[in-house]
Design a protein around this ligand. Structure first.
Ligand SMILES: [Zn+2]
Length: 75
């Protein structure tokens, strides 16, 4: 791997560990598409999305902080 390749790969790494992005990658294509559209739609509250993900066993806190961070940092 060239130096350029190494720097490029370092540069495209996510800048933070986002559990919501992890959920999107982990889910089926259908579920993740629905999650992405809910995340993009402000009428779905962070807490309601968080409660559902938590109930499905993902390490998402029900108070929705990770959802709000994802909406701010990742979209
Ligand atoms: Zn994210």
């Amino acid at each position: 791997m060239s130096l350029l390749d190494e720097i490029t790969s370092e540069n495209t790494k996510p800048r933070h560990d986002c559990m919501v992005c992890f959920c999107i990658r982990d889910m089926s294509r259908e579920d993740s598409a629905e999650l992405v559209s809910c995340l993009a739609d402000a009428t779905y509250t962070a807490t309601s999305i968080a409660r559902v993900l938590n109930a499905r066993g993902y390490p998402i806190h029900v108070e929705g902080k990770q959802i709000r961070r994802h909406r701010k940092m990742c979209i």
